[in-house]
Design a protein around this ligand. Sequence first.
Ligand code: SF4
Length: 385
Amino acid sequence: MAATPSDSMLALQALTPEALAARIPGLSSAHARKIVSAVHRDLPIGEATFTIRRSVIEAILASTTVPTLECVEEQKSAIDSFVKYGFRTHDGHVIETVRIPLEKKGRFTVCVSSQVGCALACTFCATGRMGLTRNLESWEILEQVRHVRRSLNGGAEKAGHVYGHGHVYGGDAGRVHGVVFQGMGEPMANIERVLEAIFVMGDPSAMAIDMRAITVCTSGIPTGIRRLAREAPKVRLALSLSSARPDVRKSLMPIARAHSLEEIIDASVEHARITGLAPMWAVTLLNGQNDSEEDARALGELVRGFVEKSGKSPRISVIPYNAIAPQDDPYSRTTEEREARFRETLRDSGVHTRKRYSGGGDVDGACGQLAAAQRESLPAPVATT
Ligand code: SF4
């Protein structure tokens, strides 16, 4: 049974050492790091912190809690080591998380949800059909990663890990290398909580995930893209493009009526200039909708313009469509022939696409249309141990 949160209590797993020290009178930064380290290793606070005054420990215990999500579904791919999880929140909603294997054996990226449902109503997305129920709290985002990490570790940290420094993570079964915000919800619409979660993920005393292995995927909200660049400049940006033709994009993604492609590209150029990072652009090919040679030529044109302005080449990921509804699905996957022509036309424009990876297709259908793209598009794993 999941532990429930409380309005008057702080979620301890969502605090960086600085945030914790600022809230607990008498707690030094060094001791705050030890507490945070213990929390993220599932150790009892009292056990490993004997140098901290009892009154300070009591103040922490009196004002904080470590709420959890209830895992109600774990669907393992028969094809490879993709796993889709369903987590029930304390108010009865179910959110989805996907564990994505990276090319390097034993390393995984966790695709997390940032909202219950989504208001953006992209026509090819199952979550878009649900509407928005609420934003997730930062601890709810973090719990998705913590659960996957525990499952890889067999439920506990291995003996011999460096207590208090947080550089050693993962067991023989694998380790969480990165996180991608590409599950349910538009992360830029919940940017406050998403940033809070990112800071805890990247903190060396907390989850110690390399910030360069964290990717935020947006359907195109310029203010969020700019804020991400300023406040988390090591974090990567992915853009769900769908089409480089404005009218086609508007027909697939209603948000495109509020923010033009030009605005989104300007914000992305600014992101690339500030961070020095090339974005990933994802295109889910839908038969007869956005897979023509004209679509490919428009994409080639958009890439050229972006390279001229930013000096960076976006990594283009062309990914297969996973059906969102068995009965009344308005779309179908593009044919092999049309996809080949699309790639060829792009190549003629000087744009190279990544090889499609279709693993995990049996588990990531409902949301995370783009989850498969992560395996091929994330940068090569960076060793952090
Ligand atoms: S694709 Fe993303 S932004 Fe669009 S409706 Fe689905 S969850 Fe929301």
